[in-house]
Each structure stands twice: as C-alpha cells, then as structure tokens.
Design a protein around this ligand. Sequence first.
Ligand SMILES: C[S@@+](CC[C@H](N)C(=O)[O-])C[C@H]1O[C@@H](n2cnc3c(N)ncnc32)[C@H](O)[C@@H]1O
Length: 288
Amino acid sequence: MNAAGWLAKGVAHLEERRVPEAKANAEFMMAEVLGTGRGTMLTRGSQELSEKQSFQFWSWIKERGKRVPLAYLLGHQPFLGLKIEVTRDSLIPRPETEELTLECERLVKSLNVPAPKILEIGTGTGCVAIALAQLLPDGTVFATDVSDKALALALKNAIAHHVGNRIRFVREDLFSDKQGLRGWADLVVSNPPYIPTKDLDELEPEVQCEPRLALDGGKDGLEAIRAIVKAAPKLLKPGGFLALEIEARQGPSVSKLLSAAGFSGVNIKKDAQGRDRFVYGSVGKLVK
Ligand SMILES: C[S@@+](CC[C@H](N)C(=O)[O-])C[C@H]1O[C@@H](n2cnc3c(N)ncnc32)[C@H](O)[C@@H]1O
C-alpha cells in the first residue's frame, strides 16, 4: 500500500478510538517514517512504503490508539525551535513552558548583569535550561532534578544542542538546602510538579503516561512550590527573580506565598490562552 493509503487507514483507526487531532497525529507519524517534514510528506502519497516503514507506522498508530502520547512514540518534541529528545522518564515539554522560558529571558535581560547565573529546579528533559543557555549566551545554568534518568536525558539533549559545557546537571532534591549556591542566582526558575494528588487519576490518558514524579504536587498541588518559594530567597542575589509555572487556579495562592516570603513586584502572568500560568517576583536583599 502507498503512503496515502496507510495514512487514511491510520487516521480512521485513531478517529474510531476518538484520539484528539487524529489526522495531524497520523501525519506526523507518516512524516517521521518517510524521514521528511509534514508538508513534504503530503506530496509523497503515491510512494510505496517498505515493509519496515509500514510496520513502524502501524505500530505507532496502534500505540497512539491506546492514547500513548505522540512525543513518546516519535521520541522527540519541539521546544522553542529545538528538537528535544523525550522518553517515558521525562515530562513532555509544553507550549506554555516555552512562554515561561521567554519570560525568564526577559527578566534576566532586565537585570542587565554580565554573565547571568540561572538555577532551574526540576529540569526534566532539560528543555528550559537548554533554551535559556542558548538565549543568554554569556549565562551559566545549574539544573537539578531528582530523577537520574531525566538528568541523563537532559545532559544528552544539552550536548546535542551544543550547550553541554554551560549547564551543570545535578541530582538534587528541591527540598534540600543548597548550601553551595547561597546568593548565587540571578534567576531561579521552575516548572514544578503542581497537580493535586487527587486530580491525577482524572487527567487525560496521555498525561497519565507521564512520570507521576513530574506531576504530583501533593495534597493541594502546592507542596513543591512551597519548598521552592522557601528556598529561593537564599539562592538569589539581591534583585534576582524567582519565576514559576503554575496551574491556572493557583495564581492567588502562589502570589501570596511569594509575598509572604518577602518577594516584591509579585506578578501573575497569563499564557497565550489567557489562563494564569506564571508567577514571578524579585528578592530585595541577600538572605543568609
Ligand atoms: C513538571 S516537570 C518539569 C520538567 C521540565 N522542566 C519541563 O518544563 O518540561 C517537574 C520536574 O521536577 C522533578 N522533580 C520532582 N520532584 C523533585 C524534587 N523533589 N526535587 C527536584 N526535582 C524534582 C521531576 O522529576 C520533573 O522532571
């Protein structure tokens, strides 16, 4: 069967199983199988697939029909124009986190400091750390996670994007006291686990394939955020920023946490969909 035939069969299979964006998903898989972009793929409908290609395409279609995320099947996800490798050990980078990253670039540039220092807590695939290292070429990034597998993946991604020498990936629990980094950072950024434990089972099947460690924010969803807000003032230089991604309903509670911890200029920012998704603020003085 040719590519167009397999594609139509794949779309029908996904539609039957009510997979969101069935057509686009099948097109991305076919483009990957043909080793081309999605646009070019559409012009190659008459191409016969080899046995290997059709086997690969149909295996992915069946897995996607069981709601395995497309990025886990293809093994990569775009992030601010970078091709980020993903595995089931890491969260799949999201478009809103691209917005968080661009906001961080803006905040750091507003400080106007030479050689800015950035600390990312919970780096996952390393997407935020890598994009920031590229956007801020004279910056240094320190990125942490508790998952060894995620850290190994993040390092691999950083090397692939030529910033492996500017990011230090360290296994570090966000609840521990980072003594060596006191007063070090111009920016602390995190997209922490922020989903309340009780909501995890209600999430879309795709999200349920992702590591719980990356999602579970404890009873009220704010456990990791509280720990970061408590730790960040000690890690930041005077004037430095803490920037967090949050769940849409958490804006007021997270901004209260920042204010109570002594942050000033606390701001809730909306994402492109108009939902409260980011909170940031700056510290006034060096905290010992
Ligand atoms: C929501 S994911 C974010 C991943 C990546 N930064 C992104 O935006 O795509 C949260 C990350 O925090 C990590 N994490 C969970 N608990 C942690 C802890 N106690 N200390 C450090 N990192 C933690 C998870 O392993 C996961 O990689």
